[in-house]
Design a binder for this molecule. Structure first.
Ligand SMILES: [Mg+2]
Length: 259
């Protein structure tokens, strides 16, 4: 049963946040959102970014944003701030990456030969563990063709998920939730089997497993577009969409902290 955000009572020890459509508004992080992230982090509530975007993006985010950690590539690569150093952690043993990549390149060639027009996404260059087939970003394939890609890739032994623009695929050994649990264990010194003191916020279908895994989860208002299709619904809902919804959540977290 989803409740209004005002009913969320803390304490919340850390905020795990999706990026696209949650932290961003129309693809940009607004100044006010950046300020809100700074205020929350300065108040002692660390922020962890969680995304399917490439490790290359995550490296820039962790270097430049007021966040403690950044989970990228759907859990494939996690960056953790340790003082002035950045610690990097892979979802599979680093030594196995060249062999995984070789097999992934083989399946990419197979997919491109069977599905005319399919190709690697331009951001695949900045990925270390997973790869993405573009079907709806810079090319325009049907959902049926995208599903054919998903099935071919799964048959070859990889995990594959379809977002609104890409088919992301990689070794079937990690996901966003397991990467967040390891941040809780290693960085927040918490119990990864009890995520109750932590909050996850997201905006879309690909956040459903996180809503299922975090007992305290929040959807920003634009998630209502996907409501009936969500396998797991967030426990709370903001009134405002996108970045404004995240700011609404951060204001609330700061207010329950002050009381
Ligand atoms: Mg999103």
């Amino acid at each position: 049963m989803t409740r209004p955000l005002s009913e969320l009572r803390g304490p919340v020890r850390a905020l795990f946040s999706d990026i696209d459509g949650t932290m961003t508004t129309g693809e940009c992080i607004e100044a006010a959102t950046y300020t809100a992230l700074e205020r929350l982090s300065e108040a002692g509530v660390p922020v962890i970014m969680v995304t399917g975007r490439p490790a290359g993006f995550g490296h820039a985010f962790i270097k430049m944003m007021p966040v403690l950690a950044c989970v990228t590539e759907n859990g494939g690569v996690t960056f953790i701030r340790e003082g002035r150093k950045i610690h990097k952690q892979y979802g599979v043993p680093a030594a196995s990456l060249p062999e995984w990549r070789r097999r992934m390149n083989d399946v990419t060639v197979e997919v491109m030969s069977k599905v005319p027009g399919a190709r690697l996404s331009t951001d695949s260059k900045y990925r270390e563990v997973d790869l993405a087939i573009d079907y709806n970003e810079e090319v325009s394939l049907s959902v049926e063709d995208a599903e054919t890609c998903v099935q071919m890739i799964r048959k070859a032994g990889f995990a594959a998920v379809r977002s609104s623009v890409h088919v992301n695929f990689g070794p079937p050994h990690f996901d966003k939730l397991s990467a967040c649990m390891s941040v809780v264990r290693q960085v927040l010194q918490g119990d990864a089997n009890d995520l109750t003191p932590y909050c996850y916020v997201g905006d879309a279908l690909n956040d459903a497993p996180m809503f299922g895994g975090f007992p305290t989860s929040v959807g920003v208002a634009n998630i209502k577009a996907w409501w009936d299709e969500l396998a797991f619904k967030p426990s709370y809902l903001t009134e405002l969409p996108e970045g404004a919804g995240l700011r609404e959540l951060i204001d609330h977290l700061l207010s329950i902290r002050d009381n």
